[in-house]
Design a protein around this ligand. Sequence first.
Ligand SMILES: CC(C)(COP(=O)(O)OP(=O)(O)OC[C@H]1O[C@@H](n2cnc3c(N)ncnc32)[C@H](O)[C@@H]1OP(=O)(O)O)[C@@H](O)C(=O)NCCC(=O)NCCS
Length: 142
Amino acid sequence: MSVVRQFRWADYERVVAVWEASGAAVLSRPELEAKLLRDPELFLVAESGEDIAGVVLGTYDGRRGWIFRLGVHPGFRRQGVATRLVAELESRLQALGCPRINLLVMPDNDAGLRFWASLGYLSYPDVLCSKPMPAPAGQALS
Ligand SMILES: CC(C)(COP(=O)(O)OP(=O)(O)OC[C@H]1O[C@@H](n2cnc3c(N)ncnc32)[C@H](O)[C@@H]1OP(=O)(O)O)[C@@H](O)C(=O)NCCC(=O)NCCS
């Protein structure tokens, strides 16, 4: 049984391995450092002995919670790891007063869609629109 807890930097390489094995884009250390300035308690790992079995990254903007980069290592799937990660993240978001949680799933990700449906997440027809922003003067954005 894995234990869900807040991310520590010592986990980083094992978290990267889970993201890579899950087909999720990897957050670089600088990206993660920037995220952890805001709500470090919403970046969670599932630890199983020496292994990181799964990871999920949550954010809260004061109005909506968002879930990103959920991944479970293939060797730990269908054992409830993702369910426990999301349950802990929901509990932490609820404690912050978050009234609704959103997330994005690729339309061809059958396992992901079934997983989220199993937890009561309904799909909406909205289309994601995105625009890269220029870096502030003198800074590089990843
Ligand atoms: C989707 C993913 C996170 C699920 O992790 P998991 O730890 O295996 O999920 P759980 O064991 O908590 O599954 C809970 C329920 O979700 C559903 N589910 C999970 N994986 C499923 C699959 N491959 N096919 C169908 N249903 C699935 C089932 O209802 C399951 O309950 P059951 O095992 O009792 O039937 C994992 O497959 C993964 O990392 N996939 C690659 C990355 C990804 O797609 N992330 C989500 C992007 S938004």
